[in-house]
Each structure stands twice: as structure tokens, then as C-alpha cells.
Design a protein around this ligand. Sequence first.
Ligand code: KG4
Ligand code: ZN
Length: 364
Amino acid sequence: MANDLTLLGIESSCDDTAAAVLCGVPGAARVLSSVVMGQTDLHAAFGGVVPEIAARAHAERVDIAVKQALTQAKMAFADLDAIAVTAGPGLIGGVMSGVMCAKGLAAGTGLPLVGVNHLAGHALTPRLTDGVAFPYLMLLVSGGHCQFLLVRGPRDFTRLGGTIDDAPGEAFDKTARLLGLPQPGGPSVEAEAQTGDPKRFRFPRPLLDRPGCDFSFSGLKTALLRARDQIVADKGGLTVQDRADLCAGFQTAVTDVIARKTERALTMYLAEHPANPTLAVAGGVAANTAIRAGLETVCAQNGTVFTAPPLALCTDNAAMIAYAGLERFALGEYDDMTLAARPRWPLDSSAAPMLGSGKKGAKA
Ligand code: KG4
Ligand code: ZN
């Protein structure tokens, strides 16, 4: 049995400054602490994440987050085996804040530095939370990303499909903005949708008529904008019920598209790996109850095990970065002081670039 490894993880690629300490081996690790310092209040007035404000806030807070994570885990630097840090993709100023902090700590303590791809952090989370064995199918749905990944190993990811324009979280955020709801939009739209009639507005289900499991969400957002403007033109404004109905219609369309595309991705995946029928979901949008329920149904119909990490590990956090770092470090891999912060860093470098980046939004 391999010895336990203890890692500090640092995450600062978007609008959460996070640090965590984790201990264990690949497939069996436990989170000793996970500190997430959000910045929602700093960006609220701007309707989205402002990169420069985010970068400054990360630079000011990242060492505080690290200190808190170590204290909560009752650990000192001397107890650690390595320091893992998100080296991309993300808002470059934020990523640099984290990487510079990690480099400083590594230089000061002599600990190895492990650069982690933020997306690998999300994609490997089911191994941290549920010890899921390779291979498995991963659906990553967040504010900046949307893709199906075939995960065969800690550095073996094949993209089966993804968005050609917006990410679903971005669509939720924009919908909230169009309806005057607070950010982040996902939870606001979900809360409104609870009292809405999902059948009043029939929004499009983009790309369902095409084969494959690519997504498109920008047309859906435009349809919502048109429906909103039509109500305003007819009645002079939106009632509480109008808003709830728009949210319910939008959420139902997104849920439907995600469920149907997941069915296709599962068929592709199961043809190759019939002995490992597992779908894992990650990213902030996985917090949505309706979307989770849709995925659960598809999995049940396809004899597939469905795994969704607890909410705190679905959204951005540093425990997933420490864990992805642990998987790399256990293979003997680490970086030196030339580790670069990368704004773009596809997990599957062999996949053809998407038509759209899928990373155009505030959280890209
Ligand atoms: O993974 P995450 O924390 O950050 C990155 O984008 O990397 O995801 C945040 C995104 C936001 O767009 C937010 O609106 C969305 O996840 N989100 C949700 C829900 N909670 C968060 N979308 C739909 N329903 C939710 N309940
Ligand atoms: Zn993320």
C-alpha cells in the first residue's frame, strides 16, 4: 500500500480564492480543509466577473486562504509533500496570483510545485468524492466550460463533444441578467423556476437535430430575450409570474438538451467501455436539481451509475486542485519555477478546436 501524500491546493482561476489541504492516495483521499473565499460582492455592480478586480482580490487574499486552510487542517508546511496550484485555464491575472503564491511557498519551503489544469481538477473530482475507477464518462458543465470527457487516467482525457458557443452556466448568468435577477444566475434562475410554468414558453432545443453531442446555448438565450421583449411590448413590463415562467421554460430547455446529448455521449462511451457504465458530472451547473434529475433518469434508463460530487466540490474549490495534484505527484510528476500561468489549456490537446471557444463569458 502506497504511503499517504499530503498536499496543499491553491485555486484562483476565476472569482473564488481557494486553498485546501488533502491527504491520501489516488482513488482514496480525504479533504482535511477547504477554504473558498468568493468575490460575488466585488463584481455584483458590474453584472459579471471583472478580470482586473478578480486578480487584485486574489493577490490580496490567496495567502490568507492558504493560512486558514493549513490552520483548519492542523497542518504546517513541514507536514506537506507538495503544493498544487491551478496553472490554467482561466482569467490570466487570477491564475498568475495563485501560481506566484505557490512558487513563493515552494521556494521558501523547498516543497515540490505541481501545476494543475483547472478542468482536470473538476474531471477527477469523482475519484476524490466517490473513489470512481477509470475509465468513466464526465460531463463538465460550468460557467466557462461545457464538455463530455472520456476520462481514462489522470492525464488521459478525450473530448467527445462540447459547446460551440456559450457554456450553460454562462447562459444561466445571462438569462438572470436579462430578467434583472442577481448573479450568479444559476441559483437565481433555478429559484424562480420553482414557481414557474415550464410549458408556457417553448424555447428551442439547439443542435438536437444534428448528430453527435456538441451543444449550443446562445440561440436559447436570444429566444428568451425575444420572449421577454414581447411581453414588455404587450403588457408594459414583466410580472413576477412572467419571470418565473420564463425561468422555468429556459431551465426545462437546458435540462432537456443536456439530457438528450448525454444519452448520445453515453451511447458513444458505452460502445467503447461497456464494463464501466459510469457517468460523473461536475462544474457549477451540476448544482441544478432539475438538471441532476434529468441526468439521473438518463443514467437509470441506460444501466449507468450516476455520480455527482457534493455541491461544495462541484463548484470551484481548491480540494479538487490538491487532488488532481496528488494524482500527478503520485506518478512522480511535478514542475519547476518555469511553470507558466495559461489562459487557455485544453484537456484534450488532440481534439479539434471548437467552432466557438465555449469560453466567452464573464466566467471564461
Ligand atoms: O464551476 P463553477 O463554480 O465556476 C466555473 O465556471 O468554473 O460554476 C459557476 C457557474 C455559474 O455560471 C453559475 O450560474 C452556475 O455555475 N450555477 C448554476 C447553479 N449554481 C451555479 N447553474 C444552474 N443552476 C444552479 N443551481
Ligand atoms: Zn470551474
